[in-house]
Write a protein that binds this ligand. Structure first.
Ligand code: NAD
Length: 250
């Protein structure tokens, strides 16, 4: 306990009730963090924050695809708490399309949230982290980036998530001298709203044959990976990608 004592941690896309971001918000709160949930809808962000705790949490509105919205969210957090220590780039959407089905709009929607959103939100918090000479950014990529597809994500999702790995390493290189660490996680199949309800028993049995740990992941599995990379437990780790996939890709 106490791995993130008084650290101000922004989690994008944290308002989904069963999502990875929400699980991270709970775990970070248990570890003493001040947790900010930044999602598309202000009321939902506030509700999710209040659901974690009535104290030391904040909900802000943020569309990560909009640079001004990211800057406004970061400023609101800095005005409130005076520092920003951790950014978890967790917002993401997926579309189960095949290559020839992807329209220009589909491409933009999916790459905008994961990849452009990661850049804009990082740009919004980095000035504060540089000023305070330290910080940690964790980016939510996917096993889809490594395998060229998961179960639900289309090729544009794989591309966006692979792009995140490159951007993450480039930022790690650039900001290491500022004592800012930048890492990624590559979750496998995690049971959340993105995947929930879409899996038949037959699909599940088939999927499990490819997962050595013989179970799907849950949001807490990923939250613990975030905690490692956000905290001093990973003090000498930057530019890395942590696989959280039960062994489905190795
Ligand atoms: P989720 O749908 O519960 O969470 C995604 C959240 O992102 C939602 O709350 C949504 O409102 C928010 N969001 C969407 N567009 C946004 C925008 N423009 N600005 C701000 N917020 C926005 O899904 P989840 O499964 O918890 O996914 C979290 C992250 O993990 C995503 O990046 C996803 O791609 C990634 N991931 C999920 C799995 C999985 O199996 N569930 C596997 C690998 C990676």
């Amino acid at each position: 306990k106490g791995l993130l004592e008084n650290k101000v941690c922004i989690i994008t896309g944290g308002a989904g009730p069963r999502g990875i971001g929400k699980a991270a918000a709970r775990l970070f709160h248990e570890h003493g963090a001040i947790v900010v949930i930044a999602d598309l809808d202000l009321d939902k962000s506030r509700e999710a924050a209040a659901d974690v705790s009535s104290e030391r949490t904040m909900g802000v509105v943020c569309d990560v695809t909009d640079k001004a919205s990211c800057e406004a969210a970061a400023k609101a957090v800095a005005d409130q708490y005076g520092h920003i220590d951790v950014l978890i780039n967790n917002a993401g959407i997926t579309q189960p399309l095949k290559t020839m089905e992807i329209t220009p709009e589909n491409y933009e929607q999916v790459t905008d949230v994961s990849l452009r959103g990661m850049l804009y939100m990082s740009q919004a918090v980095l000035p504060y982290m540089v000023e305070q000479k330290g910080g940690a950014i964790v980016n939510t990529s996917s096993v889809s980036a490594q395998r060229g597809g998961g179960i639900f994500g289309g090729p544009h999702y794989s591309a966006a998530k692979a792009g995140m790995l490159g951007l993450s390493k480039a930022m790690a290189r650039e900001f290491g001298a500022h004592n800012i660490r930048v890492n990624s996680v590559t979750p496998g199949l995690i049971q959340t709203d993105i995947t929930g309800g879409k899996l038949t028993d037959e699909m599940k049995t088939q999927i499990l044959t490819g997962i050595p740990l013989n179970r799907l992941g849950d949001a807490d599995d990923v939250a613990r990976g975030f905690l490692f990379l956000a905290s001093e437990l990973s003090s000498y780790t930057t530019g890395a990608a942590l696989d959280i996939n039960g062994g489905m890709h190795m």
